[in-house]
Design a protein around this ligand. Structure first.
Ligand code: CTP
Ligand code: ZN
Length: 152
């Protein structure tokens, strides 16, 4: 790397979500429930050059690992992402994402009458199909605007 290049700093402990499609970094943060008010240390690179993708985003979260539910929803918007676990500056685990059969939590069912959106303590659960996800409780389909339904 030459002096003219600048990259997002390395982190000490936490998670690096790499190879995210360009433009999806803020949606990644939404999936993680991070909006800055929780005090998390986050670095983002958007539309940076990448060999694997036309342009990629990268999200680095200090002091935080991802839950399986978060990883599952992440796989829907960033199927080629890499999740790197960093410990004392070293990458100690690196994994690619599998497309899950179901995603639980994280997405909210758009149906106001769905059992998952009223006061019942029922977590959302969607079956993952080829081009859409379907609420297992009320069959409501989310297809094109998945990221508008993050937040549960
Ligand atoms: N990273 C970081 N902080 C560290 C270590 C790594 O932010 N302490 C970042 C790197 O900048 C990179 C990602 O985590 O974006 C993965 O690191 P590494 O495996 O060292 O890089 P590559 O070999 O290029 O990864 P890949 O093959 O997955 O592209
Ligand atoms: Zn529903």
């Amino acid at each position: 790397m030459s002096d003219h290049e600048l990259r997002v700093s390395k982190i000490r402990n936490g998670t690096v979500i790499d190879h995210v499609p360009g433009g999806q970094a803020l949606n990644v943060l939404a999936i993680l429930g991070i909006d800055g008010t929780g005090g998390e240390q986050v670095s983002i690179g958007m539309n940076v050059p990448s060999d694997r993708l036309p342009a990629k985003d990268i999200v680095k979260v200090e002091g935080r690992e991802l839950s399986q539910n978060e990883v599952d929803v992440l796989s829907l918007i960033a199927p080629d992402a890499t999740i790197n676990i960093v410990s004392e500056y070293d990458v100690v685990d690196k994994r690619r994402l599998d497309r899950p059969e179901y995603v639980k939590g994280v997405l909210a069912c758009p149906n106001r009458n769905c059992i998952t959106t009223d006061d019942e303590p029922v977590d959302s659960k969607f079956e993952v199909l080829d081009d859409e996800v379907r609420c297992v409780y009320c069959d409501t389909i989310i297809r094109d605007n998945l990221t508008e339904h993050i937040g549960n």
